[in-house]
Write a protein that binds this ligand. Structure first.
Ligand code: ZN
Ligand code: ZN
Length: 80
């Protein structure tokens, strides 16, 4: 069975709620702490949606950057 991004996120949220895993408190990319973030919250980014419990903790801006970069890369790749 292949997990959709939504299902993967649901499993992650469930595991956090059950205390199986604990969400990160520091951004992996820039090192900002949750307490230092003014706007938004920490985001658990899924590198692989088939591994719902394996996430990378990022702040909002780093998460955005990562996805913008990703979409650019895939656009270049699809162009050949
Ligand atoms: Zn960051
Ligand atoms: Zn993400």
């Amino acid at each position: 069975m292949i997990l959709t991004p939504q299902q993967s996120r649901n499993r992650h949220t469930y595991a956090v709620g059950k205390g199986i895993i604990s969400p990160g408190k520091v951004c992996t990319m820039c090192g900002i702490k949750q307490s230092q973030i003014v706007r938004g919250a920490m985001i658990e980014h899924h590198e692989d949606y088939q591994k719902p419990l394996e996430t990378i903790t990022l702040c909002c801006s780093c998460h955005q950057k990562l996805h913008i970069h990703r979409s650019r890369v895939s656009r270049i790749l699809s162009r050949g």
